[in-house]
Unconditional design. Structure first.
Length: 480
């Protein structure tokens, strides 16, 4: 500085005047002065950890992973004369220095060089934190996440369990979207893909069904070591970024509710497509090295033979479903997908049901109501009785019937269910709700009369008034 006022220059440099004067006098900046002076090796105040660190070191040597905050709280309680005035941040810095000088070595991670089109990774991610609803109802689901480690190209599919079926759907959705297959397919060591060779042994091998799936795709199956998710780190990391992106887009959208599952899947596809577009260069390298797709997809449903019991139910994958009574005694083929169950007999579909995701049985009163009406005494002790209340209003009506006439309540309620099966559940429920609001006891005859009155009510039809001008114009053209 040649001339000028030191205080003004210091103010412009955002420092104290004396500090600026010292730099000017030495004709050197902070970095040069530090280099000339060397690193300070002395303390400017007493060490607050001098007495407490030897005691803390005993615990750190025994358990290096011990939580620092909890350790300080213990020391303050056990020896307040040593640690009573030590601040948490000061203690944390002291522990950090101790670990750097005396602690055990930390885990080393080894970055991998990924070869284009060599491998794909697949894993599931629970999506409860997104709080998605379908038509207002909570939607409990997972995302089957398919990722190419080299380019981080990804695709996510909605699924409901970590099953082989959802794996087939998710993996094939990814490969068919790419237009080719990689040489390897990586999964974790879950029971979906592997099983232990011998009880009590840690050695695992691939399940026959999973191995057959990989042979169809002509990919080489690989798994990570048990308890080592970092070995499939790309898809694990992609989980976090995918959830973050979905949450961001939900915030922008302004709603977590979707009209149906297909709309939600389309929403996810758009997010993945946008993310994949940012990696166009690397994706092009992947696409160039992919193998051709198989001629057809591997079946994405699982076929299981089931027997229909004399209770008109089938037991499938630890769930109970009712079926039409005419199928009692037959052996059916159940085609199980992620979202539905198709039952066939002699190659022909006889029933289609939504797949259960909870242990609660699915009993459709329409399948059994004809015989229940004939055997009303079976209703009260029926093990699936609670499943025969389609909505809350039916349960309320049954309770009122029991309160009014307990002896005939079951028979009357079953007649109402029969009316719902024959005339429409929504129509009967509407009349039942009206009766409850009016304080009238909804006996079957009353409900049937109101149904008949509703059906007999004339429908207003607007009279047809022809446009005479149009006819006149037409006649004029003919005469001309």
């Amino acid at each position: 500085m040649n001339g000028g006022v030191v205080s003004h220059a210091a103010m412009k440099a955002n420092m104290h005047r004396r500090t600026a004067a010292r730099y000017l006098e030495a004709n050197a900046g902070p970095a040069e002065l530090t280099q000339q002076r060397g690193t300070r090796t002395y303390r400017t105040r007493p060490d607050p950890l001098k007495e407490v660190m030897p005691e803390a070191a005993r615990y750190l040597e025994a358990a290096p992973e011990i939580e620092v905050k909890g350790l300080l709280a213990h020391l303050k309680q056990a020896k307040p004369e040593l640690a009573g005035t030590v601040a948490l941040r000061t203690f944390q810095r002291g522990v950090k220095v101790w670990k750097a000088l005396h602690g055990p070595p930390k885990e080393v991670f080894f970055p991998q060089a990924h070869e284009p089109a060599r491998a794909a990774q697949f894993d599931w991610k629970r999506a409860a934190e997104l709080e998605i609803t379908i038509a207002g109802a909570p939607f409990d689901h997972l995302l089957g996440h398919f990722v190419l480690p080299c380019s981080n190209w990804q695709r996510a599919t909605i699924c409901f369990s970590e099953s082989l079926t959802s794996l087939r759907v998710g993996v094939q959705a990814g490969y068919w979207a790419l237009g080719g297959v990689t040489r390897e397919l990586w999964t974790d060591n879950s029971s979906t893909a592997t099983h232990t060779i011998k009880r009590g042994s840690d050695e695992r091998t691939f399940n026959d069904a999973y191995a057959a799936f990989c042979r169809h795709l002509k990919v080489s199956p690989h798994t990570i070591n048990v308890g080592c998710p970092n070995e499939q780190g790309d898809v694990e990391s992609a989980h976090r970024h995918l959830i973050r992106r979905i949450r961001t887009h939900l915030t922008i959208r302004g709603s977590n509710d979707f009209p149906h599952q297909a709309a939600y899947q389309e929403f996810i596809d758009g997010i993945c497509a946008a993310a994949n577009g940012l990696r166009a260069g690397k994706v092009a390298d992947e696409l160039a090295g992919l193998r051709p797709l198989p001629a057809s997809r591997y079946p994405e449903t699982e076929q299981i033979a089931v027997n229909v019991t004399n209770g008109s139910t089938v037991r499938l994958k630890q769930h109970t479903y009712s079926v039409p009574a005419k199928l009692i005694g037959l052996k059916l083929d159940a085609h199980v997908s992620e979202s539905e169950v198709r039952l066939t007999y002699e190659g022909r579909e006889v029933c289609q049901l939504p797949r259960l995701q909870s242990p609660k049985p699915r009993i459709d009163y329409r399948h059994i109501i004809t015989w229940l009406v004939r055997k009303p005494g079976a209703f009260r002790g029926y093990i699936y009785r609670e499943e025969l209340f389609p909505t809350v209003v039916f349960r309320q009506v049954y309770d009122q019937l029991c309160a009014a006439d307990d002896a005939s309540a079951d028979a009357q309620y079953l007649k109402l269910l029969e009316l719902a099966a024959e005339r429409g559940e929504a129509e009967v429920a509407q009349i039942l709700g009206a009766c409850l609001r009016e304080g009238a006891l909804p006996r079957p005859q009353l409900v049937e009369d109101r149904l008949g009155a509703a059906e007999a009510a004339p429908v207003a039809v607007a009279p047809f008034t022809p446009d005479l001008k149009a006819y006149d114009a037409l006649l004029t053209e003919v005469s001309a």
